[in-house]
Design a protein around this ligand. Structure first.
Ligand code: P6P
Length: 343
C-alpha cells in the first residue's frame, strides 16, 4: 500500500458513489489536475526563466496588464480542456469572448468551464502566492453550439468548483457538492495527494482581509466593521489580525484553514466591486459553503445572484460564517441596500 491517495484515485473512488456517473466529470477534473501541474512547473521556475516574468504588453478584458504567466496559464488550461474532450466551452478572465471547444472529441461534451487561470498575477514577479480558480456547469442546451444561456447560470447550478494555490506548496482544493477535499502536490512523484480530507472552515476567526488603502471610499457598514475588528476586547480575541495578500485565493485558503473573513466591497475604482462573479466569486462561494462557511455580497448569497454578463463584477464578503453574518449586520445597519451610495 502506498499510504496515500492520489487525486486520480480519489476521483475514481468518489465517482463510484454516483452509479449513474459515466466518468465525464471525473475525466474533466483529471484534465484540470494535469494542467495545474504544468502551470505549477512554470510558476516554480518563473524567477529562473527569462521570458516568463513580467508583462506581455497587452491588457485583458479587465483592462489589467496581462502577465506572461497569465497567458501561459490560460493557454495550458484551455489546451488541457480541449484535448480532454469533456468540455464544450471555456469562459476565461483572460478572454473577452467565450472559447468554443469544437474538437472532434468535444462535440458531445456536456460541461462548461469558467476559469480565472492565474488570480493575483500581480504577485508573480515578487514571488507571492497566486492561484487558479475553476467552476464547472452542465450545459443546458442539448445540441449545437453552447449559448450564453449555458454559461450565464446562477452559482447554485455549479456541478463542481475548485482552486489551485501555488504557494509554499501547491494545493488543489475542490468540491462536487459533497464536501471539500484538498490535495497537495508531491513533486517527487508528480501527483496531487489527499492531504486535507473533508475541509471545514472554522465558524469564527480572528483574521480579516481587506485592502484598507481603499478605506475612504468603503461603504459605512464596512468602515464600522473594520473598526469593530480593531477594537480591544480580549473576550472576543480583538483586535483581530489584518492579513491581505493581494491574491484572493491565498487569503481565502488561509481562512479556510484558520478561519477569517475576506472582503472586497465597492470602492471608487470598483463601484460594482472588483471580483468577477462567474469565475471568481461563484466558485469560491460554492467551496466555502460546502466547507461550512458563508459568501455574500453584503446583502445577498453570492450563489443566488442573477448572472447577466460574462465578466460581471460583485462585492464579496466570504469566509467564517459568524464573521460574515456580523459584517452583513453592519451593512444592514449602516449601509442599507436602499441607501447604497457609490463614491
Ligand atoms: P487590490 C487580484 O487581482 C484580485 O482579483 C484578488 O485576487 C485580490 O484579492 C484583489 O484582486 C487585489 O485587488 O485592488 O486590493 O489590489
Amino acid at each position: 500500500m502506498s499510504g496515500f491517495v492520489t487525486l486520480g484515485q480519489f476521483i475514481i473512488e468518489k465517482q463510484a458513489e454516483f452509479p449513474y456517473a459515466k466518468g465525464e466529470l471525473s475525466r474533466l477534473l483529471r484534465d484540470i489536475g494535469i494542467a495545474a501541474k504544468v502551470v505549477n512547473r512554470e510558476i516554480n521556475k518563473a524567477g529562473l526563466v527569462n521570458d516568463i516574468l513580467g508583462d506581455v504588453g497587452t491588457v485583458n478584458v479587465q483592462g489589467e496588464m496581462q502577465k506572461k504567466l497569465d497567458v501561459y496559464a490560460n493557454d495550458h488550461f484551455i489546451g488541457a480542456l480541449t484535448s480532454g474532450g469533456e468540455c464544450c466551452m471555456v469562459v476565461s478572465e483572460e478572454n473577452e469572448e467565450v472559447n468554443h471547444i469544437e474538437s472532434p472529441v468535444s462535440k458531445n461534451a456536456k460541461y462548461i468551464v469558467a476559469i480565472d487561470p492565474l488570480d493575483g498575477s500581480s504577485n508573480i514577479d515578487v514571488n507571492v502566492a497566486v492561484g487558479t480558480i475553476f467552476s464547472i456547469y452542465r450545459r443546458k442546451s442539448v445540441e449545437g453550439r453552447p449559448t450564453m444561456e449555458d454559461v450565464l447560470q446562477k452559482g447554485t447550478e455549479q456541478v463542481a468548483a475548485g482552486y489551485i494555490v501555488y504557494g509554499s506548496s501547491t494545493m488543489l482544493v475542490y468540491t462536487t457538492g459533497c464536501g471539500v477535499n484538498g490535495f497537495t502536490l508531491d513533486p517527487s512523484i508528480g501527483e496531487f495527494c489527499l492531504s486535507h480530507p473533508n475541509m471545514k472552515i472554522p465558524k469564527d476567526g480572528t483574521i480579516y482581509s481587506i485592502n484598507e488603502g481603499n478605506y475612504k471610499c468603503f461603504p459605512d457598514g464596512v468602515k464600522k466593521y473594520i473598526k469593530y475588528c480593531q477594537e480591544e476586547d480580549p473576550a472576543t480575541h480583538r483586535p483581530y489580525t489584518s492579513r491581505y495578500i493581494g491574491s484572493m485565493i491565498a487569503d481565502l485558503h488561509r481562512n479556510m484553514i484558520k478561519g477569517g473573513i475576506y472582503i472586497y466591497p465597492t470602492t471608487a475604482h470598483a463601484p460594482q466591486g472588483k471580483l468577477r462573479l462567474v469565475y471568481e466569486c461563484n466558485p469560491m462561494a460554492f467551496i466555502l459553503e460546502q466547507a461550512g462557511g458563508r459568501a455574500t455580497n453584503g446583502y445577498q448569497r453570492i450563489l443566488d445572484m442573477e448572472v447577466t454578463e460574462l465578466h460581471q463584477r460583485a462585492s464579496i464578503f466570504a469566509g467564517s460564517e459568524n464573521m460574515v453574518l456580523l459584517a452583513e449586520e453592519y451593512m444592514r445597519q449602516y449601509s442599507p441596500l436602499e441607501k447604497a451610495v457609490l463614491c
